[in-house]
Structures are given as structure tokens and as C-alpha cells.
Design a protein around this ligand. Structure first.
Ligand code: GTP
Ligand code: MG
Length: 197
């Protein structure tokens, strides 16, 4: 079972996930931070992953097959999902995904206009506990001036354990930081490939 090039594979339950590849990276973050938009920017496609200004657009785990033989998993936003009446369904969606032990690297996305949220820190703690390496991506750089960008970057370096070399800042809208992030992901993927070990 293999996802066709650039066709999203949507799954609600672990039994419906595609087969594990060499590597898989996952995008976590509160609803509306720009996870799906970043995926489109990385793939250079405008509307592959559905985005919306209304929180809660992504409702399943969506797998995107990438050249280089790995998946990017786009998950629902955790802040919004937990408030919904079907919160149990969302909670098990996250738990099942994490329990499947597919991830080789996680990205926690933070909206640059906001401060670091306790849910983001909780996510980072879970990843640390499970020994899954993670990076932080500060999104919507185009909405920030220099001092605002510096402020959120500093806050992130202080609050997360991943180290400042693993904190990225991007604008999916303007394309800023996308090439550097793509290059970093490609390096990560090479590092986890069996032939590279
Ligand atoms: N200005 C600006 N807006 C952005 C950027 N990235 C995303 N957005 C906007 O933010 C909103 C949410 O984007 P999505 O990509 O759907 O966010 P998401 O994190 O996937 O949201 P959920 O699926 O609800 O969890 C949309 O209105 C996007 O156009 C960016 O770099 N700059
Ligand atoms: Mg989304």
C-alpha cells in the first residue's frame, strides 16, 4: 500500500494508516497556526492540503508522500479539537498516531503573533518523554516586525529543550524560510535512512 505522489491519504484510525516508510515527520500545533499552509509551501503546491481561516479545518491524520520516500503527517490542531463535542474522537486520533511509533521527527508549529502555549509545551514534553526529536517552527513571519520576531524566537529558545539551532521561522505566504526548512528536512531524512547509518 503506497500513497500516490502528492495525493493526501486521510485516516482516522491506525488500521487505515499507510505502510511505514524509512522516515516520517509530523506537524503538530494549535489550530490555525498554519500547518496545512506550510505543507503546501514546502511542496510548492497552492491547494494540496486544505487550509482555512476558520480553526478546525484538518480533521483526520493526512499523510503526504514526499520524494525521497518519506511521509509528512498533517494533524488536526490540538487547541481547537479538544474543545469540540467530539473531543474524544480527536484525543484518540492523536493518541493512536503517537502510539503507532511512526514519527522519526516532529515539528511543533507556533503562530509568531502569539506566545508559547501550555499545550505546545505539553506536546514537547510528550515528545521528549518518548525520545522523539523535535523542532519548533514559528509561522506567519510576514505578520511580525523585527523586534516581535526576536521576542518570540527568544521565548521559544528559553521554553523548549530542542536548542535554538532547531527553531525555524517561516512565512508560508511569502515563502520566507521555506527553502532553509526544506533543506533541513532533507538532511534529517538522509540521517535516518538505513544506508546512512
Ligand atoms: N499571513 C499569513 N497567514 C498565514 C500563513 N500561513 C497560514 N496562514 C493563514 O492562517 C490560516 C490557517 O492556516 P491553516 O494552514 O489552515 O492552519 P492549520 O494549522 O492547518 O489549521 P487546522 O487545520 O485548523 O489545525 C489561513 O487563513 C492561512 O491563510 C503565513 O505564513 N502568513
Ligand atoms: Mg490544517
Amino acid at each position: 500500500m503506497q500513497v500516490k505522489v502528492n495525493t493526501p491519504w486521510m485516516a482516522e484510525k491506525a488500521k487505515d494508516y499507510p505502510d511505514i516508510l524509512n522516515a516520517e515527520i509530523a506537524f503538530f500545533g494549535r489550530s490555525n497556526v498554519g500547518k496545512s499552509s506550510l505543507l503546501n509551501a514546502l511542496l510548492n503546491r497552492k491547494k494540496l492540503a486544505y487550509t482555512s481561516s476558520m480553526p478546525g479545518k484538518t480533521k483526520t491524520v493526512n499523510f503526504y508522500w514526499m520524494h525521497g520516500d518519506f511521509y509528512v503527517a498533517d494533524l488536526p490542531g490540538y487547541g481547537y479539537a479538544h474543545k469540540q463535542k467530539n473531543s474524544d474522537r480527536f484525543a484518540s486520533l492523536f493518541e493512536d498516531y503517537i502510539a503507532a511509533e511512526r514519527m522519526t521527527h516532529a515539528f511543533i508549529l507556533i503562530d509568531g503573533r502569539q506566545t508559547v502555549n501550555p499545550l505546545d509545551l505539553q506536546m514537547a514534553e510528550t515528545l521528549d518523554y518518548l525520545d522523539i526529536p523535535y523542532s519548533i517552527i514559528i509561522t506567519k513571519r510576514d505578520k511580525l516586525n523585527q523586534s516581535e520576531a526576536h521576542k518570540i524566537f527568544t521565548e521559544a529558545t528559553e521554553k523548549f529543550t530542542c536548542g535554538k539551532e532547531n527553531i525555524y521561522m517561516v512565512s508560508s505566504l511569502k515563502g520566507r524560510g521555506i527553502d532553509a526548512l526544506r533543506a533541513a528536512i532533507e538532511t534529517m531524512i538522509q540521517l535516518v535512512k538505513p544506508s546512512a547509518s
